[in-house]
Design a protein around this ligand. Structure first.
Ligand code: AMP
Ligand code: ZN
Length: 478
């Protein structure tokens, strides 16, 4: 199996071939940390986390270097810091901590590097210097601007003609610009804004140069994969590419450009400026992070995905289905005497379903097909439990766990998953009833034991007696 990925620049899918399979590099544009991030911001987090996992599986954990940056210098951060009367670092640290906690709750692994603009300032300034030396940037009235005329391929990534780019960039055509599409690399800071010293005068960087310099510093140029949301293709990635190529780093920047589609609410992109947002921070109080992750991967990453209550409920039911068969099979195996356990048999059906999951993921992260493969694995496992086929249960259970965990799912204990919906009061009540039932059974008071079972059933709780005592779970919804 080979990994194939869709590349926005060449507009097609092709086999992924890293420059050095022992050092595979990926960079994804991260958040500006001034507020809680909405669930749309977490679509790239989850999508590229999945790719990170697939790459680690293919090339080895140590071989894959993933950098996801944090923008911690920005007008919105400045405004919030001024409102609260605190330094910008207080704002960015607060919301970065919240962002990382939400990402972890959604099952995202910590990227190898999480560079911050404030910690990359020397590299940013040096990079701008390189562009000036190469004749691709010029200083004008305290600013340094990128000279788009110095890069004949400007517009190739987004496929836009120059007039449209000028209109699309909504650049205020400052008189000091040589060409209206030229963009800012360095600008003077206003009175109340943070300021850094540089060879071009005191000021602060433009947004695009930050990413290019962070890539160079964290990973080195060129890189294998560059990712982000589709809204970043123009102008952000178009400008990053121009800077990266023109700075004289071997004239290559990124081998594959990948972009996730929008997460929409109603007919519109979820965005803070439209006000139609659901915060991950709030959703995580209502739903398990794993169910939200499933919902974010329910559609193919390049397609738009509509965020609805149904989407998340369906995600939750899908996981219930997988955890239920894992729970049932664990119980079945618990009841099998150790001597009777024997791994063996090929169980071709389960192996094929497992390969189908891997094949789908390697086909440009086709998550809907991968999910179908997980359900096939679950069906094989269910059939093996019904047929009391011990080896079959062991094999298909291991494959289901391996495939699910590769995608960042099924790490929870099944019992904990099913009790997750119960609040503390219900848990305490159930535990007390189970203890009372045990006492009744020990006293051989069968009518009382049955009465308590009925009471538990009325609470929608199913009790399972096993060799190590009774366990319970919330009943499957009809
Ligand atoms: P921002 O903080 O707006 O720069 O966004 C951080 C990341 O989230 C970028 O990769 C954006 O492209 C992505 N993003 C923002 N809004 C959405 C959305 N509604 N759907 C999918 N991706 C989004
Ligand atoms: Zn970026």
């Amino acid at each position: 199996m080979t990994l194939s990925l869709y590349d926005t620049l060449t507009r097609g899918k092709r086999a992924f071939a890293p420059r050095d399979p022992k050092r595979v590099t990926m960079y994804v544009c991260g958040p500006t940390v001034y507020n809680y991030a909405h669930i749309g911001n977490f679509r790239p987090v989850v999508v590229f986390d999945l790719l990170f996992r697939v790459l680690r599986d293919l090339y080895g954990n140590e071989a894959v270097l993933y950098a996801a940056n944090v923008t911690d210098v920005d007008d919105k951060i400045n405004r919030k810091a001024t409102e609260e009367g605190v330094p910008i670092g207080v704002i960015s640290d607060r919301y970065l901590a919240a962002y990382n906690a939400d990402a972890a709750a959604l099952g995202a692994l910590q990227p190898t590097f999480q560079p911050r603009v404030t910690e990359t300032m020397d590299a940013i300034i040096a990079f701008i210097g390189d562009l000036v030396t190469e004749g691709a940037a010029y200083a004008a009235e305290g600013h340094v601007l990128f000279d788009t005329q110095a890069f004949p391929d400007y517009g190739k990534l987004s496929g836009r003609p120059m007039d449209e780019m000028i209109a699309g960039a909504r650049v205020d055509v400052a008189p000091y610009k040589r060409h209206p599409a030229d963009f800012v690399l360095w600008k003077p800071s206003k009175a109340d804004e943070p300021v850094w010293e540089s060879a071009f005068g005191p000021g602060r960087p433009g947004w695009h140069i930050e990413c290019t310099a962070m890539i160079e510093q964290a990973l080195g140029l060129p890189i294998d994969i560059h990712g982000g949301g589709i809204d970043l293709v123009f102008p952000h990635h178009e400008n990053e590419l121009a800077q990266g190529v023109c700075a004289g780093h071997g004239h290559e920047y990124a081998d594959v450009w990948m972009h996730n589609g929008f997460l929409n609410m109603g007919d519109e992109k979820m965005s803070k400026s439209l006000g139609n947002v659901a915060l991950a921070h709030d959703l995580l109080k209502q739903y398990p992070g794993e169910a939200i992750r499933w919902a974010l991967l329910a559609g193919h990453y390049r397609q738009p995905l509509e965020w609805t209550g149904d989407l998340i409920e369906q995600a939750k039911s899908a996981l219930d289905r997988l955890y239920r068969v894992l729970d049932d099979s664990a119980r079945f195996l618990d009841g099998v005497p150790t001597g009777a356990r024997a791994s063996g048999g090929e169980h071709t059906g389960a192996t094929q379903a497992f390969d189908a999951v891997l094949g789908a993921l390697q086909d440009d992260l086709n998550t809907p097909t991968a999910f179908a493969g997980l359900f096939q694995l679950a069906d094989h496992l269910r059939a093996a439990v019904m047929g009391k086929d011990v080896a079959g249960v062991e094999r298909s259970r291991a494959l289901l766990l391996e495939a699910g965990q590769l995608m960042g799912f099924l790490h929870a204990d099944a019992g904990t998953w099913f009790q997750g919906g119960a609040d503390d009061d219900l848990k305490a009540k159930v535990e007390a009833l189970i203890a009372a039932r045990l006492a009744a059974r020990t006293a051989r008071d069968w009518p009382e034991a049955d009465r308590i079972r009925g009471e538990l059933s009325a609470l929608n709780v199913e009790v399972m007696d096993g060799p190590t005592g009774a366990t319970w779970r919330i009943k499957e919804q009809a």
